[in-house]
Write a protein that binds this ligand. Structure first.
Ligand SMILES: CSC[C@H]1O[C@H](OP(=O)(O)O)[C@H](O)[C@@H]1O
Ligand SMILES: Nc1ncnc2[nH]cnc12
Length: 293
């Protein structure tokens, strides 16, 4: 049996998780460098959790400057099985008003220049991103939201832009026209790396604004995003607390294989693999090498 440990990645305005018991902080390092901050280990009920603020405390890291590989590696190294990411997002739909939480199921990656894979020369792998969100995890988040009366919708497409500037009016209309639901700057490559790390991953997109397309709302700015996050941080904490309290002790096998994503992904023949690369990938390859089930 693999014990379930839930990793929570807090986004803009969410720099800690209130209510974590037996709190312990640990600064860790990874073969990819330093994660955004020290990991905060704790538990809610019987569920172990590891919290990481994506931008670091004090929001010192820009979306393009976050070391996503170090963040995901650090969580994997800590024994995390499931990752819940919280992200402030702009909305492209009138009905997705600020304050609503959207459990997206698709991502469009418009970032560039970010390190978006653990693999590469010396050990090549191609994981599937057809269904980037783990459905059982997403359903558990949805049920936790329902139980706590947190306004939450299932399904939607998150387009991840490079930033740090917000979109132009023309870009905003284009994404809206493409029927995307929300926009942010951080879910990619986080979701891709979580998949390579065989972590079940789901995003709570917290709608904070209407970007800049809406005729009745002024264009997004940082102040309006943070104001809405602060107004809704309590709901996020309530939802996450409920999720953790009700979480099963044993990791549930992901029906779409998020937790076995490397089974059919590695293409470099064992004899051609670079030993130095393999050392960096050790924590991900351990399951297939028989160290984990
Ligand atoms: C503070 S506005 C832009 C900023 O907010 C979102 O962050 P996160 O996804 O970490 O909640 C967005 O992606 C930008 O990084
Ligand atoms: N409109 C927006 N565009 C990109 N990232 C965001 N984060 C919050 N609102 C956003």
């Amino acid at each position: 049996m693999t014990k379930a440990i839930v990793g929570i990645i807090g986004g803009s305005g969410i720099y800690d998780l209130p209510g974590l018991e037996d709190l312990r902080e640990e600064s860790v390092t990874t073969p990819w460098g330093e994660p955004s901050d020290a990991l905060r280990f704790g538990r809610i009920g019987d569920t172990q959790a590891v919290f990481l603020p994506r931008h670091g405390r004090g929001h010192k890291l820009s979306p393009s400057g976050i070391n996503y590989r170090a963040n995901i590696h650090a969580l994997k190294q800590a024994g995390v099985t499931d990752v819940v990411s919280v992200s402030a997002c702009g909305s492209f739909k009138p009905e997705l008003a600020p304050g609503i939480f959207v459990l997206v199921d698709q991502f469009v990656d418009r970032t560039h220049g970010r390190c978006s894979s653990f693999f590469g020369n010396g050990c090549v792998a191609h994981v599937s991103m057809a269904h980037p969100v783990a459905p059982l995890l997403r359903e558990r988040i949805f049920q936790a939201a329902r139980a706590e009366n947190v306004p939450c919708l299932k399904g939607g497409t998150y387009v991840c832009m490079e930033g740090p500037q917000f979109s132009s009016y023309a870009e905003s209309l284009t994404y809206k026209g493409l029927d995307y639901d929300v926009i942010g700057m951080t879910a990619m490559p986080e979701a891709k790396l979580a998949r390579e790390a065989e972590l079940s991953y789901a995003t709570i997109a917290m709608v904070t604004d209407y970007d800049c397309w809406h005729p009745d709302h002024s264009a997004v700015d940082v102040a309006s995003v943070i104001k809405t996050v602060h107004e809704n941080a309590g709901k996020a904490a309530t939802l996450l607390t409920r999720l953790l309290r009700d979480f099963p002790a044993e990791h549930e096998a992901c029906p779409i294989g998020s937790d076995r994503a490397l089974d059919n992904a590695l293409i470099t023949s064992p004899s051609a693999r670079d030993p130095e690369m393999l050392r960096k990938l050790d924590v991900f390859l351990a399951r297939m090498n028989g160290a984990r089930t």
